[in-house]
Ligand binder design. Sequence first.
Ligand SMILES: Cc1ncc(COP(=O)(O)O)c(C=O)c1O
Ligand SMILES: [Zn+2]
Length: 382
Amino acid sequence: MASLLVDLLCPSCRRSFSEVPARTYCLECSRTLLARYDMEAAKEKMTRARLRGRPGDLRRFEEILPIRTVQARVSLGETETPIVRVSDPELAPGGELLVKMDGYLPTGTFKARGMAIAVSKAKELGQRSLFVPTAGNAGAALAAYAARGGLRSLVYMPEGAPESARQQVELYGGELRTVPGHIGDAGRLGREEAARRGAFDMSTLREPWRAEGKKTMGLEMFWALGREGMPSAILYPTGGGTGLLGMHRAFSQLREMGWLHDFPRLYAAQAEGCAPVVEALRRGRERIAPVAAPKTSASGLRVPAPFSSEDILAAVRATKGGGVAVPEEAIESSVRRFMGLHGLSVARETGAALGGLKILREEGAIDRQERVLVYYTGLWMG
Ligand SMILES: Cc1ncc(COP(=O)(O)O)c(C=O)c1O
Ligand SMILES: [Zn+2]
C-alpha cells in the first residue's frame, strides 16, 4: 500500500516521533500525536483520475492514511456512506439539509472509521491485544475489528452503557468489564488492567490512528460533493471530539493539495448535561474544564473530560465554527421528529446535532440560506 506517512508530531513541544514502537500520545505534554505525510508527493500521486479508479472505500485515500502493508489491513467491507438530501422546512427553511449516513457502516456507527484504521495499524505494529474504555459504540467497533483481525479486545464500559453495545462486545468475542461511573472512570480502571496485560491503549485520542480514520469523514464528504457542493456548516455530536479533529485535518490536507479553499464551519453539538467543549468555546478557554457530574441519555456524549481538548477547540476555532448545548427534551424530540418525518434512523447522539441546528438557526449563527450538513454518527440503538 502506498502510505506517505512520515512521522508523528506533538503539536505542543513539536517533537517528532517515529511510528515504531507503537506510540500512544506525547507523555510530556499529554497531547495527541499528529500523523504527518509527505504532502508534496501526495499532491503528485493523488490525482483525481487515479482516485476515481479506486474502490469506493477507505483505500481511496491510502496515501494520506497510515497503513503500509496489505496483510495488516483489517476490513469489514466498510464503504463510502451516502449523503442524503432532506427537505425540512423547520431545520432548513431556505437552504438545503444534507445528512451523512455513517450509521450504515459496520457495527452501525462512525466508530468503524476510526477502528478500521487503528486496528489495522495496531496489527501492523505487532500488537496482539487492544484495550478501549467506551460509552458503548467504540467498544462494539473495536471488538468487531479485533475479531476480524485475529486480535484480542478488552473493553471497559460504564454500567449505564446501552445494552446493545454490551451484547455486541461479547458476541464479537471481546472481554467486557462494566464499571460504575462514566467513560473517564472506565478509562482509569481499565488502563490498570490493560497495562498489566500488555494490551495496547486505544482510548480516544490517546493513540494517533483513530483520528486518522476519522479523517475519512471529511475526505469522503469532499469527494462526494466537490468544492462547490460542500456545506458551509457542519454539525457534529461531540463526545471525545475525534470527528472534529479528523474533519479539520481532512480539510487542511485537502487545502494543502490545492483542492479546497474555504473550510466549512464546524459546530460541536453537546448535551446540556455534559458540554465541556461548548463551555470552553463560549468562555474562550484554551482547554476544557472537566464536568463534575455528567448527565445525558445520549451515552456517546457523556464524556466529562475529553483528552487533548486544546486540539479539539483549536480545530473548531480554525474553521470559525462554534458550539451548542442541547437540552435533553430537544434531543429526544429531535430523534422522534426526524425519524417519523424522514424515515432516517437517528442515534440519540445525532439527535443532539439536529436539536443543535434548530438552536443555532434561531440564534442566527447559521443562516436560513446556508447548506448545512448534519453528521449522522449512528443508527438508533434504543
Ligand atoms: C453515535 C455516536 N455519536 C457521536 C459520538 C461522539 O464521538 P466522539 O467521542 O468521537 O466525539 C459517539 C461516541 O461514543 C457515538 O457513539
Ligand atoms: Zn509534546
